[in-house]
Write a new protein. Structure first.
Length: 178
């Protein structure tokens, strides 16, 4: 029974140091256990959280079968697990999908997921928007003919918005200048 069949049938368990769905697009390194394949490793390319191809397979003694060599093996090259099997055995959640649960083969601490990042960023935007609305309201509340720059409410709202927004804009500017 071959390695890929043993993985698909559950005789070989896989583990990885990276949570596969946090990789999103890139190489995922798996270690194999059981089914006579202890110590083997397999590297899969995950494209937009979808199984794409096997990049390499390595035996315990160090013998490596590269992607170029795998291209000469039609059975390996054509091996594409179903979406359900990719999730169950490899922790790859499916095209453009994120799952809240952590794949069972992940060995580390879960970092911030794409979903968590989206929620955090949307919350930051909502807070920033509310501070901007408060600033606009404070400026509108200044009696006609008075300079808003001397209004304590405007100063307080501007300071609150600036304290929250400055780090966000500084980070954005830093990313744009790299």
């Amino acid at each position: 029974m071959g390695l890929l069949t043993s993985i698909s049938e559950g005789f070989v368990r896989l583990t990885s140091d990276a949570e596969p769905q946090d990789v999103y697009a890139g190489l995922i390194h798996y270690q194999c256990f059981g089914g006579g394949f202890d110590g083997w490793s397999i590297v899969v390319f995950n494209d937009c959280n979808q199984w794409d191809y096997i990049s390499s397979i390595q035996a315990p003694g160090g013998a490596l079968v590269s992607y170029e060599q795998l291209n000469g093996m039609p059975q390996v090259l054509s091996h594409t697990p179903s979406a359900d099997m990719a999730w169950l055995r490899y922790g790859i959640p499916g095209y453009l999908r994120f799952r809240e649960e952590v794949w069972g083969g992940f060995k580390g601490e879960r970092s911030e997921t794409m979903h968590d990042k989206f929620v955090r960023e949307e919350t930051q935007r909502a807070i920033l928007d509310s501070k901007l609305v408060a600033l606009v309201d404070a400026v509108r509340a200044v009696p006609e003919g008075e300079d808003p720059a001397f209004s304590e409410d405007v100063k307080t709202a501007l300071q609150s918005w600036h304290q929250y927004a400055a780090p966000m804009f500084a980070h954005s500017l830093d990313l744009m200048t790299r």
